[in-house]
Design a protein around this ligand. Structure first.
Ligand code: 5AD
Ligand code: SF4
Length: 485
């Protein structure tokens, strides 16, 4: 119990922003049952590990964490109390039975589509010994059962608009762990966005495993009828008063349609940053990955995006060492990176995931080759990101302050280009500025962040104007992990 007499809930989140969103919704579902979030597992009444299965390392981490938690659970039991131990998310979905077998201390295992049933599951776990498994893909949508969110007090929030994926890239577990593509109706998305803004949120990031495949049911009486794509949805969201910034992630090149690209040129609230994974620069490998686009297709999309929004900062995901990848294929990836010029990017060694077609390909590459290729690619991407951050020094960028920085006396926020920006400020001033969009003069660049000071003169000007696409800005570097596409 906490001092307020509530039960202690600790949720540890692995992986992508979709999991971050799901974790906060789990907290919402459990709040009426008297659970209050705490920031460590020791002494908790309930611990949830919200897991990621995208690469092997991610799921192995879960099993080692479960070993550590067993000791805390035994400690609680020795005091005559209990700790409900739950595994949620994609590892739960993919390896439910295996978790209960390898970790008998686990009480609940549930997938990403069933956490609206948590109260029922918790009650069942309290009544009966032995682990309980709920990894259905239920016919009802969890969104119809979740309470209104209570976590909308931060300056920036996530809003899930789409889940699942029908693309079936040959390396990826998402279509199996998250299921078929599903879009929330436009009316539900707009209502949630309005609630978030009313609670003080200024920046909304729309989430989906394949977010630009969004095709939500149009609002009743809407003149467009049928369904809306993501572009149309962004135009509608941009009308919400008080909403100053919009972002979306993660996108697939095949779904970058004309309306979405146009939105990047026309909506001042749509931030000039896009995470658009390409995975490889070799057409042969892209075909083997079942990506359904060529390197040239991707480059043309980048060209159109830059025409619409000249300062757009681009980010991507890359996989090196996919089965059968030759030196020439890898060189094609390096060429594509050079041609695009990324503001930041994520790159991974190919990790065979059970149940995916690429995992049973014969030409798996040795670890040493993957390591060497990854180092080469990361060197190039790192140099591009550093140059990009460096190009911001001396400029004034609008920064939405979100929280205290990692070091004492720092306040942290994000630039339009997703860079983390920190300024040194006395603590009293910090509180006043959290949730505010302020002009910051950038004084220094680091590999993953920028540092600057408040620009008092620009403070008086409209910082929103500086955030618009037609501005002269050009940089980005994000630090969070993302969802696939
Ligand atoms: N091996 C390595 N990287 C992967 N990703 C997805 N599946 C795998 C895998 N089997 C990467 C992709 C994707 C990102 C979220 O994770 O680059 O875009
Ligand atoms: Fe879908 Fe993205 Fe996975 Fe491809 S990589 S299957 S688009 S989630």
């Amino acid at each position: 119990m906490t001092e307020s007499g509530k039960k202690r809930l600790f949720i540890k989140t692995y992986g992508c922003q979709m999991n971050v969103y799901d974790s906060s919704r789990m907290a919402d579902v459990l709040a009426p049952l008297g659970y209050e979030a705490v920031d460590g597992p020791r002494g908790a009444d309930m611990v949830i590990l919200n897991t990621c299965h995208i690469r092997e390392k991610a799921s192995e981490k879960v099993f080692s964490e479960l070993g550590r938690l067993r000791a805390f659970k035994q400690e609680r039991q020795a005091e005559g109390r209990d700790m409900v131990l739950a595994v949620a998310g994609c590892v739960a979905q993919a390896e439910g039975e295996e978790i209960l077998r390898r970790a008998p201390q686990v009480d609940l295992v549930f997938g990403p589509q069933t956490y609206h049933r948590l109260p029922e599951m918790v009650a069942r776990a309290a009544r009966s010994a032995g682990g309980h498994l709920d990894i259905d893909f239920p016919v009802e949508s969890k969104f119809d059962f979740l309470p209104e969110e209570t976590t909308g007090t931060a300056a920036a929030a996530f809003l899930s608009v789409q889940e699942g994926c029908d693309k079936f890239c040959s390396f990826c577990v998402v279509p199996y762990t998250r299921g078929a593509e599903f879009s929330r109706p436009v009316a539900a998305v707009l209502a949630e966005a309005r609630r978030l803004v009313a609670a003080g949120v200024q920046e909304i990031t729309l989430l989906g495993q394949n977010v630009n495949a969004y095709h939500g049911e149009a609002p009743e009486g809407g003149k467009d009828g049928g369904t809306w794509g993501l572009g149309r949805l962004l135009y509608a969201l941009a009308e919400i008063e008080g909403l100053t910034r919009l972002r979306y992630t993660t996108s697939h090149p095949r779904d970058m349609d004309d309306e979405l690209i146009a939105a990047h040129g026309e909506l001042a609230t749509l931030m000039p940053y896009l995470h658009l994974p390409v995975q490889s620069g070799s057409d042969r490998i892209l075909a083997a990955m079942n990506r359904q686009h060529t390197a040239e297709d991707y480059l043309r999309i980048v060209e159109r995006l830059r025409r619409a929004c000249p300062d757009i900062a681009l980010s991507s995901d890359f996989i090196v060492g996919f089965p059968g990848e030759s030196d020439a294929d890898h060189a094609a990836t390096l060429r594509l990176v050079t041609e695009v010029g990324y503001a930041q990017a994520y790159s991974f060694k190919y990790s065979p995931r059970p149940g995916t077609p690429a995992a049973v390909e014969e030409q798996q590459l040795p670890e040493t080759v993957k390591t060497e290729r990854l180092a080469g690619l990361q060197q190039l991407l790192g140099a591009q990101a550093a140059a990009f951050n460096e190009s911001c020094v001396g400029r004034t960028l609008p920064v939405l302050f979100e929280k205290p920085g990692r070091r004492p006396g720092q306040l942290a926020g994000r630039s339009p280009y997703m860079q983390s920006v920190h300024v040194a400020l006395p603590e009293v001033a910090q509180q006043r500025l959290i949730g505010k969009l302020m002009a910051v003069e950038i004084e220094a660049a680091f590999p993953n962040s920028l540092a600057g000071r408040l620009c008092l003169e620009a403070e008086r000007q409209s910082v929103a104007a500086a955030a618009s696409c037609s501005g002269s800005a050009s940089s980005s570097s994000a630090t969070t992990t993302r969802i696939s596409a």
